[in-house]
Design a binder for this molecule. Structure first.
Ligand SMILES: [Ca+2]
Length: 171
């Protein structure tokens, strides 16, 4: 079976600090995230140069998968903080859907429908691999959306997802 997970989309989604790791696909994110506890920070910017962020204290991809490729790289996120609002927790435990691999809960393919690639449910509250539609758009939810901050008809200028190991806590 060819997974056909579109790593190009993930390169856009997971643009980590360039000096560290230039581009990561799902496979690499998985390999990284099973090595310890990771947190996720998402930075966003609109066309008025306003910025906002969402942080998740737990993050992983395919954490509980025997074969993550076969399993669709399910997302694990939790513990939201930030000022962009949470638009990702509803995607917790969802598998990654691309135009050529439908893993979502919709009778349609959410990736085709909303022109992205994401851990779609039915379908999304965020769509960071959506189209670059430059701010307000008349179409619905098919841009780079973070609904809790700018709704479903505003395609953001910038988005970045970064992960890093959480600090060891003495428990
Ligand atoms: Ca579907």
């Amino acid at each position: 079976m060819t997974p056909n997970i579109d790593t190009v989309c993930l390169r856009r989604a997971f643009s980590l600090p360039k000096q560290l790791i230039p581009h990561l696909g799902l496979k690499q994110i998985h390999a990284l995230s099973i090595q310890g506890n990771y947190e996720l920070r998402i930075d966003l910017e609109d066309f008025d140069n306003s910025t906002a962020y969402a942080q998740y204290g737990t993050f992983g991809v395919g954490l509980f998968s025997v074969d993550p490729d076969d399993d669709g790289y399910p997302l694990t996120v939790g513990e939201y903080s930030g000022n962009a609002g949470d638009a990702l927790l509803k995607h917790n435990r969802m598998k990654f859907t691309t135009k050529d691999k439908d893993n979502d809960h919709s009778e349609n393919n959410c990736a085709s429908f909303y022109h992205g690639a994401w851990w779609y449910r039915n379908c999304h509250t965020s769509n960071l691999n959506g189209q670059y539609l430059r701010g307000q758009h008349t179409s619905y939810a098919d841009g780079i959306e973070w609904s809790s901050w700018t709704g479903w008809q505003y395609s953001l200028k910038f988005s970045e997802m970064k992960i890093r190991p959480t600090r060891e806590e003495s428990k």
